[in-house]
Design a protein around this ligand. Structure first.
Ligand code: GDP
Ligand code: ZN
Length: 211
């Protein structure tokens, strides 16, 4: 879940995409708060168009204005038959989307957990919800936001879809893609026409941050 506000930061999205790849999850990239697209800068839309072109399923939605962007029904449809979890930075609108998707189911669950008086608030325990329009949704606050510490270099490179055609094609199997002879990856990363500057910057930053 990304949003027009707080400002869209591609670095976090790239992290989530790497993490999804590592765990074998299928990413669905959301840009939320499209109802604000008139009043706020829509630069994020341009960014997300790039991910869309890369082949990621990408939807422009609003948790409060169902007709905005691609429309909320497209999101409901995308979740059908899947078990999904909302991940994204604080303030992006995860709780609001959960509300919009679940309607009164959520309100009922929350009032039950309050009634139980177990201190078992919905924001601290994992919940599995059945979405009325189809599909399941896990709300697990602990896994909404996490970092990339400890990921290997190989895992990070694997998370960059542009590199798919060249990964495994370096002359040396243990190539670090720095300046080894016969490296197939480095030339692609350095080619702005095949690898945009912001993705390159995020990749290099992630390689550093993961150590
Ligand atoms: P979370 O931290 O990711 O769970 O984000 P919240 O759901 O708590 O939303 C953060 C703020 O953004 C709240 O003030 C919401 O009312 C607001 N918000 C969420 N979704 C939308 C949206 O689609 N449009 C607008 N304009 N505001 C939204
Ligand atoms: Zn290489």
């Amino acid at each position: 879940v990304n949003a027009l506000i707080p400002e869209f930061v591609p670095y976090y999205l790239d992290q989530y995409l790497v993490i999804a790849q590592v765990f074998g999850l299928t990413p669905l990239i959301l840009l939320n708060k499209m109802d604000l697209c008139q009043s706020e800068s829509c630069e994020a839309v341009e960014y997300l168009n790039y991910y869309r072109q890369l082949g990621y399923q990408t939807l422009y939605v609003s948790a409060i204005e169902p007709e905005s962007g691609d429309g909320f029904s497209r999101l409901q449809k995308a979740l059908q038959g899947e078990c999904s979890v909302l991940m994204g930075l604080s303030g992006a609108g995860k709780s609001s989307l959960l509300n919009a998707l679940l309607g009164e189911i959520l309100a009922r669950t929350q009032s039950i957990s309050v009634a139980n008086q177990k201190g078992q608030h919905t924001t601290t325990t994992a919940q599995l919800y059945h979405i009325p329009s189809g599909g399941d949704l896990i709300d697990a606050p602990g896994i909404r936001e996490f970092g990339i510490e400890g990921l290997t270099r190989a895992q990070i490179f694997d998370g960059y879809r542009e590199l798919e055609p060249v990964l495994g094609r370096c002359q040396f199997r243990n190539c670090l893609h720095l300046q080894e002879p016969g490296c197939a990856v480095k030339p692609l990363i350095d080619d702005l026409t095949r690898f945009p500057a912001f993705r390159r910057q995020n990749l290099l930053r992630m390689l550093q941050d993961a150590q």
